[in-house]
Write a protein that binds this ligand. Structure first.
Ligand SMILES: NC(=O)c1ccc[n+]([C@@H]2O[C@H](COP(=O)([O-])OP(=O)(O)OC[C@H]3O[C@@H](n4cnc5c(N)ncnc54)[C@H](O)[C@@H]3O)[C@@H](O)[C@H]2O)c1
Length: 324
């Protein structure tokens, strides 16, 4: 597949945190991009992108005709939102991708790329999980992301390629910024309070620089249509204690001041580390960014993100106000 062909991409939920970093790169690669999004967090996309503000449940096969690939980035994107509104969580995260894959296939779209999550793995101990490992999550967000995957793959056949990217926690700068994600939260706390709170230092998390996340979507779009499947994708596996140390060291180095660590021992229901060998081998995915580079990237955009208290940066705060 040539990168500069005018392949037409429909991005559902493309105005969010990941979409706002991904869409400009899709344009650079010469793709013709349309975004459909409810704009819960506003529109931070380049002006040349067609953005249709509406619920994806109102998107039918007729208007998907002529597109080559669909990228699903919508739904409720973290545990607090899912716990605040469990019914809406299952509707938007489980039913919506299934519905859209059904309509997309009817429209003749050739591939559906689904933004899944490593949170489907739940609580694991001392094991590196590949895509065949048991999915043991017992909380609404993880279950709904898993159900979304299953709904999409139900549509898979020789004419309809399905790729699910089980993403680690995405971090770093996006024009639609979030400060409710592990490193971004720690960075914000350093800037505001000069300290990092570690709720549980022994918990494992796959941490995924947003630029690596963007590269995985590009690899998925460019893959031969015969490629299907579920792929773990992340930049690296770290304990939360390790992440805190990296953030502390880099902020101290950049700002020449002391950052305190506040270590707690709060029980967490998520603990996992994942193998990305399948994505490396079959998609050609190769993560590039370390935690230090993620922090440097946040410093590079500090002027754009100085208003750390703004509700806009915290999904649950915006979601509560939406009253849906
Ligand atoms: N950010 C992460 O760390 C992470 C990790 C793993 C998986 N994911 C998944 O990746 C996807 C994108 O994450 P994000 O961080 O960019 O989320 P986000 O919350 O920033 O963006 C989601 C976007 O979807 C839109 N949306 C939601 N429901 C919609 C609907 N019914 N119709 C139209 N638009 C709708 C919202 O307006 C918003 O712009 C989500 O599916 C999330 O579950 C994210």
């Amino acid at each position: 597949m040539e990168e500069n062909q005018k392949i037409r991409i429909l991005v559902g939920g493309g105005a969010g945190y990941i979409g706002s970093a991904l869409v400009p790169v899709l344009l650079e690669h010469g793709y013709d991009v349309t975004v459909i999004d409810l704009l819960w967090f506003g529109n931070h996309l380049p002006k040349e992108v067609t953005v249709i503000q509406k619920d994806l449940f109102d998107c039918k096969a007729e208007e998907m005709k002529g597109y080559d690939q669909f990228i699903f980035l919508a739904g409720l994107s973290n545990d607090p939102m899912a716990e605040f509104s469990p019914a809406k969580n299952f509707i938007y995260n489980a039913a919506l991708p299934a519905y859209l894959a059904f309509e997309a296939k009817k429209a003749g779209i050739k591939r559906f790329i689904y933004a899944s999550s490593c949170s489907v793995y739940g609580y694991t101990v001392n094991q590196l999980y590949d895509e065949n490992a048991p999915v043991t999550c017992e909380y609404p967000y993880g279950i709904s992301k898993l159900q979304g995957e299953r709904g999409v793959f139900q549509m898979h056949d020789n004419s309809f390629s399905c790729i699910a990217l089980r993403q680690g926690t995405v971090v770093g700068y996006s024009p639609r910024m979030r400060f409710d994600l592990i490193i971004n939260t720690m960075f914000k706390s350093c800037m505001i309070d000069g300290k990092i709170t570690i709720n549980n230092p022994s918990i494992w998390r796959p941490v995924y620089d947003i630029r690596d996340a963007v590269s995985a979507y590009i690899r998925a779009l460019q893959a031969d249509y015969s490629l299907n499947g579920i792929f773990n994708v992340t930049s690296g596996n770290y304990t939360v204690g390790q992440v805190g140390d990296f953030v502390q060291q880099q902020v101290e180095k950049r700002q020449n001041r002391k950052i305190k660590l506040d270590i707690k021992n709060i029980q967490d229901f998520r603990n996992y580390k994942v193998s990305i060998e399948k994505a490396k081998t079959l998609l050609g995915f190769q993560p590039q960014f370390s935690i230090t580079e993620t922090i440097d990237n946040l410093f590079d955009h500090l002027d754009e993100i100085s208003d750390f208290g703004n509700d806009m940066y915290y999904n649950i705060n915006v979601f509560k106000k939406l009253k849906i």
